[in-house]
Design a protein around this ligand. Structure first.
Ligand SMILES: Cc1cc2nc3c(=O)[nH]c(=O)nc-3n(C[C@H](O)[C@H](O)[C@H](O)COP(=O)(O)O)c2cc1C
Length: 213
């Protein structure tokens, strides 16, 4: 698939077809992840594929404590704290699938990265290992899209119990837990963004006339 087509095709998907993912496609996507740039060229990433169903259930339900919020009234109560409509729209779609997407997906991938403890980071610069992990993750998501595969980058609020359960060393963190597979329904295209509203030249104030795309 052509690069820009893969970029446009990638969407977050939380419902999957019951169709196994070819091992070669998984390997290609992880190899694309490993090709990402990283701070000091460390590529301090490890990938865990949670394929044992019983272990996956325990990891997601008991350790991660991921829950589906399926009562619409409870969702609306939760959303009262936000005023951005876009955010509410995303949450209405995602909250009912936070657990089930991970239990039902043909594959569940954990992207781990080595870092020092958050309490020891005093500058944004020191968060570069996390930034690098997300470069890796986006390469994976784009590669999956090019394969016709989709998923969701779930970010654990507290992954400590899951780390212990899976024997992840103390100096590693989990950047994202990614259920993926073939989508149950073809994902739609994202609405187009206003690029011009984001471009500044030479200073924050300086806007430019719309250019060619
Ligand atoms: C850093 C990051 C964290 C995210 N965390 C979650 C999450 O915990 N649960 C979830 O369902 N989606 C999560 N998402 C997916 C976003 O909700 C999704 O990317 C967004 O709604 C835009 O949709 P799109 O990916 O189809 O363009 C996360 C995405 C990013 C980049």
């Amino acid at each position: 698939m052509e690069f820009y087509e893969a970029v446009k095709t990638r969407r977050t998907v939380r419902e999957f077809a019951e169709k196994p993912v070819p091992e070669a496609a998984v390997r290609r996507a992880l190899a694309a992840g490993l090709a990402a740039p990283s701070n000091a060229h460390l590529k301090s990433w490890q990938f865990i594929l949670l394929r044992d169903r019983e272990k996956r259930d325990q990891a997601v339900v008991d350790r991660l404590k991921a829950r589906d919020m399926s009562d619409p009234a409870a969702i609306e109560r939760f959303l009262e704290r936000f005023d951005q409509e876009e955010l509410k729209r995303v949450y209405r779609r995602s909250l009912p699938r936070q657990q089930s997407m991970m239990l039902e997906a043909p594959e569940l991938l954990l992207v781990c990265y080595r870092t020092k403890p958050l309490a020891d980071c005093r500058t944004w610069f020191e968060l570069n290992p996390l930034a690098s992990a997300w470069m890796c993750i986006e390469n994976i998501m784009l590669a999956l899209a090019a394969e016709g595969l989709f998923g969701c980058t779930y970010t654990p609020y507290d992954a400590s119990a899951l780390k212990m359960f899976l024997g992840i060393p103390g100096d590693y963190e989990i950047a994202a837990v990614i259920p993926f597979g073939y989508p149950l329904e073809p994902p739609g295209r994202a609405k187009s963004e206003d690029l011009e509203a984001r471009i500044h030249v030479d200073s924050w104030e300086r806007r430019v006339a719309a250019g060619p795309l």
